[in-house]
Design a protein around this ligand. Structure first.
Ligand SMILES: [Zn+2]
Length: 162
């Protein structure tokens, strides 16, 4: 009797686990390894895209002319490690919008600095020099978008720090 109860419990667990897996599949028909052929060039999966790592943080491009031919915007995820800052730079051909996902820091824009934290959005017009300093204790994460599929960048230092 006890054995039967245990078997029943085990069988129930397996059924529930299988149901959970199928339910999840129903909600996300596009698994990380399968972008349908007709969506190639119109869709990306961050889990399959490279992450550029610098001494100050990371950049991962999610959308650009290169990743999605014909794209008129560039979208990415930027991180700044605690206590670090990215090099001062500007974009000659596009404006940038930064949405802070997590963390906090000091946004420098055209010589002015403002404290930023999760939930804030900053618009940086073309040709305006800017960077961000992570003044917090955790990695600052932001969603960054540009009004061109071909984001160009000019660094103030001769050589951007790697
Ligand atoms: Zn920028």
């Amino acid at each position: 009797m006890r054995y039967q109860m245990r078997s029943f419990a085990l069988a129930s667990f397996i059924v529930l686990a299988a149901a959970a897996i199928f339910a999840r599949d129903d909600k996300s028909p596009v698994s990380s390894s399968a972008i349908p052929p007709e969506w190639k060039g119109k869709m990306t999966d961050a889990s399959q895209l490279p992450v550029e790592t610098n001494s100050w943080g990371t950049l991962q491009w999610l959308c650009s002319e290169k990743l999605m031919p014909g794209a008129e915007q560039t979208v990415g995820i930027a991180t700044i490690f605690a206590g670090k800052k990215n090099p001062l730079h500007y974009h000659p051909n596009c404006e940038e919008i930064v949405y802070i996902l997590s963390g906090e820091g000091l946004q420098n824009c055209d010589g002015n600095a403002v404290h930023v934290k999760a939930g804030m959005t900053i618009r940086i017009p073309p040709k305006v020099k800017h960077n961000i300093v992570n003044t917090g204790t955790e990695t600052l994460r932001s969603l960054i978008t540009y009004s061109s599929g071909d984001r160009q960048v000019v660094f103030m230092d001769e050589q951007p720090p790697k």
